[in-house]
Design a binder for this molecule. Structure first.
Ligand code: NAD
Length: 516
């Protein structure tokens, strides 16, 4: 173990101890209000800053999963026996239990995910925001009365599914966990969530803290393990009534298929290849700063990363030169350094995939404007998955690098001639998660936004995301929505209830009872 990994290993042990997640091997599951070790294969985690082994834990295994689903089923009944207002109060109380643990949670996320500590602190704040927002929805799910053309009173209730299965990725584990837990609970469900095998601990820590706030024991269960083992078992479990998946399109397809085979619906929050469009009349200082933040935050490991920059031809050279200069200024470094704005990639597989995609792009004719190498100024023991902010030009829209999600700090810049050209280019991928338009012409801004096949569009901004506003994709970026009322509705089923209010019951054969 080199000195950096030794330091991180000791720090991780202290954090797990502090959160009471330590043991001979870490207690990696939260089931029925208890910490549990897994019984399956051993999973090794590496230190993103060095690539050296950091810690190991065991895959949950079938028994742990079965107990988790049974616990969620029992607890969901208890949850729904409370009044809606009481559920809201308990959600608020649950999130208050994070108080005093925020920094530990942020550090745990940072050391395992390799994310800058500043970003992790921000994400803990988002976790609180999500619970506060959805707690408020608990007693505001009114249902509707439908003015049917008969003597019936017809009303619609939004009832929970029961137990939902959630599967999350490694790029923002705690954020994504809370993002899906909060609406699921507010809608009245129990949850079994499987985090990425790369980042198992913060979801367990979050669940254990939340449940101390008065949530029924077993309402939230976290099972850790690999996708093909514990993940697949969760998608096939008979007592899971809905699947919510956040991850890659490849895994998303498998999850949706597994659900469809059991006639269980799914929500898929998948990847993106988002276009950031800069018109001639844009405020270039803002646009270049926005373009840079859009791709290099989280080292590009963000579903909404603005990985394609489309620049109107007259400003192309100016924008690329400014970008190249700006990239050299981004502080790339160790995640626990307060100054770091971009850390390493999270794991070896991702690093290899990103560097291979850069090499393939260069072989296909792309030119490296900046990056594609180890960042300057790193300490010698930082031998892990660091990659300098990378900008590629001479990229054509048909190249793999312009079509596929890289999920790393790699930006391709392409010119366009006019508005129609920009829209065609922006929509010319299989993805449709997000996009942005930079212009000072408001009419054009709205016109272009309306033509983009993307679930979220920003105008003179990027990455403004809030739990109040619906989020999700078009096409290969997935279906269904998270956040806001739409996100809540994904966790309920409308139930239509008909009550005869006429003096005589209408009991005609056929559909007569519903006709005027
Ligand atoms: P991934 O698809 O490899 O893994 C995601 C999760 O799925 C993990 O928990 C994994 O164990 C599990 N999994 C994999 N195969 C499975 C199977 N057969 N059955 C059940 N579970 C399985 O994705 P990743 O590499 O962890 O994350 C990166 C991807 O996530 C990127 O494509 C990114 O764009 C996407 N993402 C999307 C959003 C969004 O909101 N749209 C947010 C964050 C990340």
């Amino acid at each position: 173990m080199n000195s950096l990994t030794q330091r991180h290993h000791a720090h991780l042990a202290t954090l797990l101890e502090h959160l009471e997640l330590a043991g001979d091997i870490p207690l990696s599951n939260w089931v029925e209000g208890e910490l549990e070790a897994g019984h399956g294969d051993t999973i090794e985690l590496c230190d993103p800053t060095t690539g050296e082994p950091l810690i190991s834990y065991r895959d949950a295994g079938a028994d742990v999963l079965d107990r988790a689903v049974a616990a969620a089923t029992r607890a969901q009944g208890e949850w729904m026996s409370l009044t809606a207002s009481e559920r809201g109060r308990r959600m608020l109380n649950a999130i208050r239990q994070l108080q005093g643990h925020e920094e530990t949670l942020a550090q745990l996320e940072s050391v395992v995910a390799g994310k800058p500590i500043r970003d992790c602190r921000g994400e803990v704040g988002k976790v609180r925001e999500m619970f506060e927002y959805y707690a408020g929805w608990c007693d505001k799910q009114h249902g509707e009365v439908i003015p049917v053309p008969t003597t019936h009173l017809n009303y619609v209730r939004h009832v929970p599914y029961g137990v939902v299965g959630q599967i999350t990725p490694w790029n923002a584990p705690m954020f994504t966990c809370a993002w899906q837990l909060a609406p699921a609970l507010a809608a009245g469900n129990g949850v079994v969530l499987k985090p990425s095998e790369m980042t198992p601990f913060t979801s367990v820590a979050l669940a254990s803290l939340l449940e101390t706030g008065g949530l029924p024991r077993g309402l939230i269960n976290i099972v850790n393990g690999l996708g093909p083992s514990t993940g697949a078992a969760l998608t096939r479990h008979d007592d899971i009534s809905k699947l919510v998946f956040v991850g890659s399109p490849e895994s998303g397809r498998m999850i949706a298929e597994a659900g469809a085979n059991r006639l269980v619906p799914s929500v898929l929050e998948l990847g993106g290849k988002s276009a950031n469009i800069i018109f001639n009349d844009a405020k270039l200082d803002d646009a270049v700063a926005g373009a840079q933040a859009a791709i290099f935050a989280a080292a590009g490991q963000s579903c909404v990363a603005g990985s394609r920059l489309l620049v109107q031809r007259e400003r192309f050279d100016e924008v690329t030169q400014r970008l190249a200069r700006a990239c050299k200024e981004i502080p790339v470094g160790l995640p626990d350094d307060e100054a770091t704005r971009m850390g390493p990639l999270q794991n070896a597989r991702q690093y290899q995939s990103v560097t291979r995609m850069i090499d393939d792009a260069i072989n296909a004719g792309a030119r490296v404007l900046t990056g594609a190498c180890r960042p300057d100024g790193l300490s010698e023991d930082a031998t892990g998955y660091f990659l300098a902010p990378t900008v590629l030009t001479d990229v054509t829209p048909d190249m793999a690098i312009a079509q596929q999600e890289v999920f790393g700090p790699v930006l391709v810049v392409m010119p366009f001639d006019d508005e129609a050209d920009a829209i065609t280019l922006a929509n010319a991928t299989r993805f449709g998660l997000s996009g942005a338009v930079w212009t000072q012409d408001p009419a054009r801004a709205h016109r272009v936004a309306g033509q983009l096949r993307a679930g979220t569009v920003w105008i003179n901004s990027y990455k403004a995301i809030n739990v109040m506003s619906p989020f999700g994709g078009f096409r290969d970026s997935g279906f269904g929505r998270s956040s806001g009322l739409d996100g809540l509705r994904e966790y309920t089923i409308p139930q239509s209830v008909w009550v005869e209010t006429g003096e005589e019951a209408s009991v005609a054969m056929g559909y007569g009872g519903g006709q005027e």
